[in-house]
Design a protein around this ligand. Structure first.
Ligand SMILES: *Cc1c(COP(=O)(O)O)cnc(C)c1O
Length: 357
């Protein structure tokens, strides 16, 4: 549909984020949106069921105090250092609005989470995209310049490459005058968290989600951790937008999911083990695979265009993701599935890649 004069000024010019497809195809192997291949913690499901009662008549706790207290406890923080929201996408949106709108442009990599430019455009924030190095790693030296803020996904998406905590500390030591947002959506699959740096750097905001490593993408819960003053700015924006971003079921489920440490440790180790099988299997089939610290791998084959391989796999009911963007259009981003899904993918690739006899 085209623009309508009834729309507010600026709406016609927005370019919204395109989420990965959620098609209803029978027997589909869905490796396109980095969902966790194993179901959520049974304790989380039980807590959601238990919260499904007459109390849904009542508004939820607007401050999600029990959930914030558990996040604070697990990370050695105070409740005043924790903000929760309806998925980390919403938390990031509030961070852009509350902390990143300044006269100077914000910095993020040319290849990163494609929601960042969308928020910047929505809130009228100037952006400078900093090219990744040739090997698709983040070139931190390039961030040593005046800026209105820095946003990095660690591990980065869609590359999967991670920065060490020492590298992030060095970045923060050289950048004290603006907020540094570290989006740790995938950190639990193998990167070092920046949370221990919060005590040292009042300009650091670390964002987490329950969508990936807690297998709760459908529940929509994310959180941010940082200095109480940064959290207060987020609370102010949230309080001007939606008092109840987390419903009763989400608060109950998230709390129980975080508390189920056994499930979390077991399933993330399963994902890490499957990632090794997937990476090695792809390399054995001629793919270049970037080193991944996430629950997906980013890989390209010298003999195939990304879009062609994507379509060929889709015909075999295997859905992966490809981005029509400069530098990365021949890469596929493949979510780490169950061992069965990984072998189905590798078998499909064998059928596609082997020369026809
Ligand atoms: C998936 C993802 C998110 C968003 O997660 P939700 O909590 O589901 O909104 C944020 N950042 C990155 C880099 C992601 O890949």
């Amino acid at each position: 549909m085209s623009a309508n004069p009834l729309w507010s000024t600026g709406i016609a010019g927005l370019s919204p984020y395109t989420p990965g497809e959620q098609p209803a195809i029978e027997g589909l192997i869905k490796l396109n949106t980095n969902e966790h291949p194993h179901g959520p913690s049974p304790a989380a499901l039980a807590a959601i069921r238990a919260a499904t009662d007459d109390a849904l008549r009542l508004y939820p706790d607007p401050d999600a105090r029990a959930l914030k207290a558990e996040v604070a406890r697990q990370h050695g923080l105070s409740v005043a250092q924790v903000f929760v929201g309806n998925g980390s996408d919403e938390v990031l949106a509030h961070a852009f609005r509350a902390l990143l709108k300044h006269p100077r442009p914000i910095l993020f990599p040319d290849v990163s989470y494609s929601f960042y430019p969308v928020y910047a455009e929505l809130f009228g924030i100037e952006v400078e995209r900093v090219p990744l190095a040739e090997d698709f790693s983040i070139d931190l030296a390039a961030y040593a310049r005046p800026n209105g803020g820095i946003v990095l996904a660690n591990p980065n998406a869609p590359t999967g490459r991670a920065l060490s905590r020492a590298q992030i500390r060095a970045l923060l030591q050289g950048n004290r005058a603006s907020v540094v947002v570290i989006d740790e959506a995938y950190v639990d699959f193998g990167a070092e968290s920046a949370v221990p740096l919060i005590a040292e750097f009042p300009n650091l905001l670390v964002v987490h989600t329950l969508s990936k490593s807690r297998a709760l993408a459908g529940l929509r819960v994310g959180f941010a951790m940082g200095h109480p003053s940064l959290i207060e700015a987020l609370e102010r924006v949230k309080g001007c937008f939606n008092s109840y971003p987390l419903d009763r079921l989400a608060q109950a489920g998230a709390l129980a999911a975080l508390a189920d440490v056994d499930w979390f440790e077991r399933t993330r180790q399963q994902v890490v083990a499957s990632r090794a099988v997937l990476s090695e299997g792809l390399q054995a089939r001629g793919f270049e695979v970037l080193p991944s610290a996430a629950n997906f791998v980013f890989a390209r084959h010298p003999g195939w265009r990304g879009a062609t391989l994507l379509a060929a796999l889709r015909e075999r009911r295997i859905l992966v993701r490809q981005f029509d963007k400069p530098r990365i259009s021949d890469f596929l981003r493949i979510t780490v599935g169950t061992p069965e899904q990984v072998s189905a993918l590798l078998n499909a690739l064998d059928a596609l890649l082997l020369p026809q006899a």
